[in-house]
Design a protein around this ligand. Structure first.
Ligand code: PLP
Length: 370
Protein backbone atom coordinates (compact mmCIF):
# COMPACT_ATOMS: atom_id res chain seq x y z
CA UNK A 1 0.00 0.00 0.00
CA UNK A 2 1.21 3.52 -0.83
CA UNK A 3 2.68 5.70 1.89
CA UNK A 4 0.98 8.74 3.35
CA UNK A 5 0.86 12.06 1.45
CA UNK A 6 3.82 14.34 2.21
CA UNK A 7 1.52 17.15 3.37
CA UNK A 8 0.14 15.12 6.23
CA UNK A 9 3.44 13.38 6.98
CA UNK A 10 5.05 16.71 7.83
CA UNK A 11 2.39 17.23 10.50
CA UNK A 12 2.92 13.84 12.09
CA UNK A 13 5.17 12.55 14.85
CA UNK A 14 8.43 11.90 13.05
CA UNK A 15 8.82 8.24 13.92
CA UNK A 16 5.33 7.39 12.64
CA UNK A 17 5.60 8.94 9.19
CA UNK A 18 6.53 5.77 7.32
CA UNK A 19 3.60 3.72 8.62
CA UNK A 20 0.86 2.67 6.20
CA UNK A 21 -2.79 1.83 6.87
CA UNK A 22 -3.53 -1.83 7.70
CA UNK A 23 -4.14 -3.83 4.55
CA UNK A 24 -5.14 -7.47 5.10
CA UNK A 25 -5.23 -7.89 1.29
CA UNK A 26 -8.88 -8.75 1.76
CA UNK A 27 -10.83 -9.71 -1.31
CA UNK A 28 -14.49 -10.48 -1.66
CA UNK A 29 -14.72 -14.26 -2.09
CA UNK A 30 -17.41 -16.85 -1.48
CA UNK A 31 -15.24 -18.76 0.98
CA UNK A 32 -13.02 -16.76 3.31
CA UNK A 33 -10.47 -18.88 5.17
CA UNK A 34 -8.01 -16.01 5.63
CA UNK A 35 -8.80 -14.53 9.04
CA UNK A 36 -9.25 -17.51 11.41
CA UNK A 37 -12.85 -16.61 12.05
CA UNK A 38 -15.29 -19.28 13.21
CA UNK A 39 -17.44 -19.77 10.13
CA UNK A 40 -19.56 -22.60 11.55
CA UNK A 41 -23.26 -21.80 11.89
CA UNK A 42 -24.47 -20.51 15.26
CA UNK A 43 -27.67 -22.15 16.54
CA UNK A 44 -31.05 -20.45 16.24
CA UNK A 45 -31.28 -20.58 20.03
CA UNK A 46 -28.01 -18.70 20.46
CA UNK A 47 -29.00 -16.09 17.88
CA UNK A 48 -32.35 -15.65 19.63
CA UNK A 49 -30.58 -15.14 22.96
CA UNK A 50 -28.43 -12.43 21.33
CA UNK A 51 -31.51 -10.62 20.07
CA UNK A 52 -33.18 -10.88 23.49
CA UNK A 53 -30.03 -9.55 25.17
CA UNK A 54 -29.84 -6.62 22.77
CA UNK A 55 -33.46 -5.74 23.46
CA UNK A 56 -32.58 -5.19 27.11
CA UNK A 57 -29.66 -2.82 26.42
CA UNK A 58 -30.28 0.80 27.46
CA UNK A 59 -28.66 2.44 24.45
CA UNK A 60 -29.13 5.96 25.77
CA UNK A 61 -26.85 5.19 28.72
CA UNK A 62 -23.06 4.94 28.78
CA UNK A 63 -21.85 1.38 29.24
CA UNK A 64 -20.44 0.10 32.52
CA UNK A 65 -16.74 0.98 31.97
CA UNK A 66 -15.29 -2.20 33.50
CA UNK A 67 -18.27 -4.38 32.54
CA UNK A 68 -18.70 -5.75 36.05
CA UNK A 69 -21.25 -8.41 35.20
CA UNK A 70 -19.33 -9.73 32.22
CA UNK A 71 -16.08 -9.53 34.13
CA UNK A 72 -17.55 -11.63 36.95
CA UNK A 73 -18.74 -14.29 34.50
CA UNK A 74 -15.36 -14.44 32.76
CA UNK A 75 -13.65 -14.73 36.14
CA UNK A 76 -15.96 -17.62 37.02
CA UNK A 77 -15.17 -19.34 33.73
CA UNK A 78 -11.47 -19.35 34.62
CA UNK A 79 -11.74 -19.84 38.38
CA UNK A 80 -10.26 -16.39 39.05
CA UNK A 81 -11.33 -13.30 40.99
CA UNK A 82 -13.13 -10.53 39.03
CA UNK A 83 -10.22 -8.21 39.91
CA UNK A 84 -8.02 -10.42 37.73
CA UNK A 85 -10.06 -9.72 34.58
CA UNK A 86 -10.14 -6.68 32.33
CA UNK A 87 -12.35 -6.58 29.24
CA UNK A 88 -11.26 -4.87 26.04
CA UNK A 89 -12.39 -3.94 22.53
CA UNK A 90 -10.99 -7.15 21.09
CA UNK A 91 -7.86 -8.70 22.55
CA UNK A 92 -6.06 -6.27 20.24
CA UNK A 93 -6.99 -3.34 22.45
CA UNK A 94 -5.84 -5.22 25.53
CA UNK A 95 -2.49 -5.89 23.89
CA UNK A 96 -2.13 -2.25 22.96
CA UNK A 97 -2.98 -1.14 26.49
CA UNK A 98 -0.46 -3.58 27.92
CA UNK A 99 2.27 -2.11 25.71
CA UNK A 100 1.05 1.39 26.55
CA UNK A 101 1.35 0.77 30.27
CA UNK A 102 4.55 -1.27 30.35
CA UNK A 103 6.66 -0.56 27.26
CA UNK A 104 7.60 2.70 25.51
CA UNK A 105 10.83 4.56 24.71
CA UNK A 106 13.78 2.70 26.22
CA UNK A 107 11.53 -0.11 27.49
CA UNK A 108 12.22 -3.17 25.40
CA UNK A 109 9.62 -5.60 24.07
CA UNK A 110 10.81 -9.13 23.26
CA UNK A 111 8.91 -11.15 20.64
CA UNK A 112 9.48 -14.54 18.99
CA UNK A 113 8.71 -14.25 15.27
CA UNK A 114 7.30 -15.48 13.01
CA UNK A 115 4.35 -14.49 15.18
CA UNK A 116 1.38 -12.11 15.33
CA UNK A 117 2.52 -8.87 13.71
CA UNK A 118 0.48 -6.60 15.95
CA UNK A 119 2.96 -6.84 18.84
CA UNK A 120 5.71 -5.15 16.84
CA UNK A 121 3.23 -2.76 15.22
CA UNK A 122 1.93 -1.59 18.58
CA UNK A 123 5.49 -1.27 19.89
CA UNK A 124 6.28 0.98 16.91
CA UNK A 125 3.28 3.21 17.69
CA UNK A 126 4.54 3.54 21.25
CA UNK A 127 8.20 4.07 20.26
CA UNK A 128 9.20 0.97 22.20
CA UNK A 129 12.30 -0.91 21.03
CA UNK A 130 11.60 -4.46 19.82
CA UNK A 131 13.98 -7.36 20.22
CA UNK A 132 13.22 -10.29 17.93
CA UNK A 133 14.27 -13.76 18.99
CA UNK A 134 13.62 -15.67 15.77
CA UNK A 135 12.24 -19.18 15.81
CA UNK A 136 14.26 -21.93 14.15
CA UNK A 137 13.58 -21.47 10.45
CA UNK A 138 12.55 -24.97 9.30
CA UNK A 139 10.20 -26.16 12.07
CA UNK A 140 9.61 -22.81 13.84
CA UNK A 141 10.60 -24.14 17.26
CA UNK A 142 11.14 -21.50 19.93
CA UNK A 143 14.69 -20.71 20.97
CA UNK A 144 13.93 -20.92 24.68
CA UNK A 145 17.47 -20.22 25.78
CA UNK A 146 17.80 -17.06 23.66
CA UNK A 147 14.37 -15.91 24.79
CA UNK A 148 15.24 -16.33 28.45
CA UNK A 149 18.43 -14.38 27.92
CA UNK A 150 16.75 -11.57 25.96
CA UNK A 151 13.97 -11.22 28.51
CA UNK A 152 16.47 -10.52 31.32
CA UNK A 153 16.46 -6.85 30.37
CA UNK A 154 12.98 -6.62 28.81
CA UNK A 155 10.04 -4.60 30.06
CA UNK A 156 7.68 -6.99 28.31
CA UNK A 157 8.13 -10.45 26.80
CA UNK A 158 5.40 -11.66 24.46
CA UNK A 159 4.63 -15.25 23.53
CA UNK A 160 1.69 -16.41 21.44
CA UNK A 161 0.30 -19.86 22.26
CA UNK A 162 -0.98 -21.40 20.04
CA UNK A 163 1.23 -19.20 17.90
CA UNK A 164 -0.26 -17.35 14.97
CA UNK A 165 0.64 -18.33 12.25
CA UNK A 166 2.69 -21.45 13.09
CA UNK A 167 0.07 -23.16 15.30
CA UNK A 168 2.37 -24.55 18.01
CA UNK A 169 2.04 -24.03 21.76
CA UNK A 170 4.63 -22.92 24.28
CA UNK A 171 5.44 -25.14 27.29
CA UNK A 172 3.87 -23.76 30.49
CA UNK A 173 7.00 -24.82 32.41
CA UNK A 174 9.03 -22.55 30.16
CA UNK A 175 6.62 -19.65 30.75
CA UNK A 176 6.96 -20.12 34.49
CA UNK A 177 10.77 -20.15 34.27
CA UNK A 178 10.72 -17.09 32.02
CA UNK A 179 8.41 -15.24 34.39
CA UNK A 180 10.66 -16.04 37.30
CA UNK A 181 13.81 -14.89 35.51
CA UNK A 182 12.65 -11.66 33.83
CA UNK A 183 12.10 -8.49 35.82
CA UNK A 184 9.33 -7.47 33.41
CA UNK A 185 5.86 -8.51 32.34
CA UNK A 186 5.26 -11.77 30.44
CA UNK A 187 2.28 -11.86 28.10
CA UNK A 188 0.96 -15.12 26.71
CA UNK A 189 -1.52 -14.46 23.93
CA UNK A 190 -4.00 -17.36 24.09
CA UNK A 191 -6.39 -16.11 21.40
CA UNK A 192 -6.69 -19.73 20.15
CA UNK A 193 -6.45 -21.58 23.47
CA UNK A 194 -9.91 -23.15 23.15
CA UNK A 195 -8.64 -25.20 20.20
CA UNK A 196 -5.52 -26.43 22.01
CA UNK A 197 -5.03 -29.13 24.64
CA UNK A 198 -6.20 -27.73 28.00
CA UNK A 199 -2.82 -28.51 29.62
CA UNK A 200 -1.11 -26.02 27.33
CA UNK A 201 -2.86 -23.00 28.85
CA UNK A 202 -0.89 -20.90 31.32
CA UNK A 203 -4.01 -19.65 33.13
CA UNK A 204 -3.24 -21.97 36.10
CA UNK A 205 0.07 -20.13 36.54
CA UNK A 206 -1.67 -16.81 37.20
CA UNK A 207 -2.21 -17.51 40.90
CA UNK A 208 1.53 -17.71 41.49
CA UNK A 209 2.88 -15.38 38.80
CA UNK A 210 2.35 -11.70 39.58
CA UNK A 211 3.72 -10.35 36.31
CA UNK A 212 2.05 -12.87 34.00
CA UNK A 213 -0.72 -11.67 31.67
CA UNK A 214 -2.93 -13.92 29.51
CA UNK A 215 -4.91 -12.57 26.55
CA UNK A 216 -8.14 -14.22 25.41
CA UNK A 217 -10.80 -13.30 22.85
CA UNK A 218 -14.42 -13.91 21.87
CA UNK A 219 -13.43 -13.53 18.21
CA UNK A 220 -12.42 -17.09 17.47
CA UNK A 221 -14.06 -19.92 19.46
CA UNK A 222 -17.09 -17.77 20.39
CA UNK A 223 -17.77 -16.65 16.79
CA UNK A 224 -17.95 -12.96 17.77
CA UNK A 225 -15.12 -11.33 15.78
CA UNK A 226 -17.46 -8.57 14.63
CA UNK A 227 -18.51 -7.61 18.14
CA UNK A 228 -14.93 -6.78 19.24
CA UNK A 229 -14.61 -8.39 22.64
CA UNK A 230 -11.51 -9.72 24.33
CA UNK A 231 -10.03 -9.74 27.80
CA UNK A 232 -6.81 -9.95 29.73
CA UNK A 233 -6.24 -12.07 32.82
CA UNK A 234 -3.56 -10.97 35.29
CA UNK A 235 -2.85 -10.21 38.93
CA UNK A 236 -5.13 -7.55 40.49
CA UNK A 237 -2.24 -5.06 40.53
CA UNK A 238 -1.49 -5.45 36.84
CA UNK A 239 -5.21 -5.26 36.04
CA UNK A 240 -5.39 -2.01 38.02
CA UNK A 241 -2.53 -0.59 35.96
CA UNK A 242 -4.33 -1.59 32.77
CA UNK A 243 -7.58 -0.10 34.00
CA UNK A 244 -5.86 3.21 34.51
CA UNK A 245 -4.59 3.53 30.93
CA UNK A 246 -7.63 2.24 29.06
CA UNK A 247 -10.22 4.28 27.19
CA UNK A 248 -13.11 4.23 29.59
CA UNK A 249 -15.92 3.17 27.25
CA UNK A 250 -14.01 0.99 24.80
CA UNK A 251 -16.33 -1.99 25.32
CA UNK A 252 -19.80 -0.81 24.38
CA UNK A 253 -23.06 -1.93 25.96
CA UNK A 254 -24.16 -3.97 22.94
CA UNK A 255 -20.92 -5.94 23.02
CA UNK A 256 -21.15 -6.48 26.79
CA UNK A 257 -24.66 -7.90 26.35
CA UNK A 258 -23.52 -10.16 23.52
CA UNK A 259 -20.59 -11.39 25.59
CA UNK A 260 -22.85 -12.36 28.48
CA UNK A 261 -25.21 -14.19 26.13
CA UNK A 262 -22.31 -15.97 24.45
CA UNK A 263 -21.06 -17.23 27.82
CA UNK A 264 -24.54 -18.63 28.49
CA UNK A 265 -24.06 -20.72 25.36
CA UNK A 266 -20.71 -22.11 26.55
CA UNK A 267 -21.84 -25.73 26.08
CA UNK A 268 -22.68 -25.07 22.46
CA UNK A 269 -19.34 -23.30 21.98
CA UNK A 270 -17.52 -26.31 23.45
CA UNK A 271 -19.34 -28.66 21.07
CA UNK A 272 -18.46 -26.46 18.12
CA UNK A 273 -14.83 -26.28 19.17
CA UNK A 274 -14.69 -30.09 19.36
CA UNK A 275 -16.07 -30.30 15.83
CA UNK A 276 -13.54 -27.75 14.57
CA UNK A 277 -10.71 -29.71 16.17
CA UNK A 278 -11.93 -32.87 14.43
CA UNK A 279 -12.24 -30.98 11.16
CA UNK A 280 -8.69 -29.66 11.59
CA UNK A 281 -7.55 -33.27 11.78
CA UNK A 282 -9.40 -34.12 8.59
CA UNK A 283 -8.01 -31.05 6.80
CA UNK A 284 -4.44 -31.82 7.87
CA UNK A 285 -4.77 -35.48 6.84
CA UNK A 286 -6.05 -34.48 3.40
CA UNK A 287 -3.24 -31.96 2.99
CA UNK A 288 -0.75 -34.54 4.23
CA UNK A 289 -1.78 -36.77 1.30
CA UNK A 290 -0.41 -34.07 -0.99
CA UNK A 291 2.89 -33.80 0.79
CA UNK A 292 4.85 -36.44 -1.11
CA UNK A 293 3.30 -35.81 -4.51
CA UNK A 294 3.43 -32.01 -4.48
CA UNK A 295 5.87 -31.09 -1.74
CA UNK A 296 3.36 -29.57 0.68
CA UNK A 297 4.62 -29.27 4.24
CA UNK A 298 1.84 -29.19 6.86
CA UNK A 299 2.70 -27.80 10.29
CA UNK A 300 0.97 -29.44 13.25
CA UNK A 301 -1.52 -26.95 14.69
CA UNK A 302 -3.35 -26.56 17.98
CA UNK A 303 -5.38 -23.64 16.64
CA UNK A 304 -8.25 -23.21 14.16
CA UNK A 305 -5.84 -22.69 11.27
CA UNK A 306 -3.04 -24.59 9.59
CA UNK A 307 0.23 -23.26 8.19
CA UNK A 308 1.48 -24.79 4.93
CA UNK A 309 4.77 -24.48 3.09
CA UNK A 310 4.61 -25.26 -0.60
CA UNK A 311 6.13 -24.46 -3.96
CA UNK A 312 4.45 -21.61 -5.90
CA UNK A 313 2.62 -20.48 -2.73
CA UNK A 314 1.79 -17.00 -3.87
CA UNK A 315 0.56 -18.08 -7.31
CA UNK A 316 -1.58 -20.82 -5.75
CA UNK A 317 -3.13 -18.32 -3.35
CA UNK A 318 -3.95 -15.88 -6.16
CA UNK A 319 -5.46 -18.56 -8.35
CA UNK A 320 -7.49 -19.99 -5.45
CA UNK A 321 -9.13 -16.60 -5.06
CA UNK A 322 -9.54 -15.96 -8.81
CA UNK A 323 -10.68 -19.39 -9.94
CA UNK A 324 -12.32 -20.94 -6.87
CA UNK A 325 -13.37 -17.85 -4.91
CA UNK A 326 -11.52 -19.22 -1.86
CA UNK A 327 -9.37 -16.80 0.14
CA UNK A 328 -6.43 -17.96 2.28
CA UNK A 329 -3.70 -15.87 3.87
CA UNK A 330 -0.44 -15.35 2.01
CA UNK A 331 2.62 -15.15 4.26
CA UNK A 332 5.09 -16.02 1.54
CA UNK A 333 6.50 -12.50 1.48
CA UNK A 334 6.89 -12.26 5.25
CA UNK A 335 10.35 -12.69 6.71
CA UNK A 336 10.88 -16.25 7.91
CA UNK A 337 7.73 -17.52 6.19
CA UNK A 338 8.89 -18.00 2.61
CA UNK A 339 6.50 -20.27 0.70
CA UNK A 340 3.91 -20.24 3.49
CA UNK A 341 0.14 -19.93 3.34
CA UNK A 342 -2.21 -20.03 6.32
CA UNK A 343 -5.64 -21.56 5.94
CA UNK A 344 -8.35 -21.30 8.59
CA UNK A 345 -10.30 -24.43 9.47
CA UNK A 346 -13.70 -23.79 7.93
CA UNK A 347 -16.83 -25.91 7.74
CA UNK A 348 -16.42 -29.30 6.03
CA UNK A 349 -18.03 -27.88 2.88
CA UNK A 350 -15.70 -24.86 2.85
CA UNK A 351 -12.66 -27.03 3.47
CA UNK A 352 -13.65 -29.48 0.72
CA UNK A 353 -13.89 -26.62 -1.70
CA UNK A 354 -10.49 -25.35 -0.61
CA UNK A 355 -8.91 -28.81 -0.81
CA UNK A 356 -10.20 -29.58 -4.28
CA UNK A 357 -9.10 -26.23 -5.70
CA UNK A 358 -5.79 -26.30 -3.88
CA UNK A 359 -4.81 -29.75 -5.17
CA UNK A 360 -5.84 -28.95 -8.73
CA UNK A 361 -4.04 -25.60 -8.90
CA UNK A 362 -0.89 -26.82 -7.17
CA UNK A 363 -0.71 -29.82 -9.53
CA UNK A 364 -0.98 -27.48 -12.50
CA UNK A 365 1.64 -25.09 -11.12
CA UNK A 366 4.06 -27.95 -10.45
CA UNK A 367 3.48 -29.47 -13.91
CA UNK A 368 4.05 -26.12 -15.56
CA UNK A 369 7.30 -25.59 -13.71
CA UNK A 370 8.79 -28.97 -14.58
C1 PLP B 1 -7.16 -12.94 16.34
C2 PLP B 1 -6.02 -12.68 17.27
C3 PLP B 1 -6.09 -11.78 18.35
C4 PLP B 1 -7.15 -10.84 18.67
O1 PLP B 1 -8.29 -10.82 18.26
P1 PLP B 1 -9.39 -9.75 18.64
O2 PLP B 1 -10.34 -9.94 17.55
O3 PLP B 1 -8.75 -8.40 18.68
O4 PLP B 1 -9.90 -10.17 19.97
C5 PLP B 1 -5.05 -11.68 19.22
N1 PLP B 1 -3.95 -12.39 19.06
C6 PLP B 1 -3.82 -13.23 18.04
C7 PLP B 1 -2.57 -14.01 17.93
C8 PLP B 1 -4.82 -13.39 17.11
O5 PLP B 1 -4.64 -14.20 16.07
Amino acid sequence: MAGLPERVKRLMREDLRELTPYDPAFRETEVNLSANENTWPVSEARLASYVAALERVALYRYPDPLAHELRARIAELHGLAPEQVIVCNGADEGLFNLLLAFSGPGREVVVAPPTFEEYANFAALLAAPVRRVWREERAFTLDEEALAEASCSAALTILCSPNNPTGDVVRPEFVRALHDSTPGIVLVDEAYAEFASPESSVVPLLSSSERLVVARTFSKAFSLAGARLGYLLASPDVVAALASVRQIYSVNAVTQALGLAALEAKDEVDELVAKIIAERGRLCAALGELSRELGVEVFASEANFVLLRLPHASAVRERLADEESVLVRDFSYARGLGGCLRVSVGTPAEDDRFLAGFARILREECAQAS
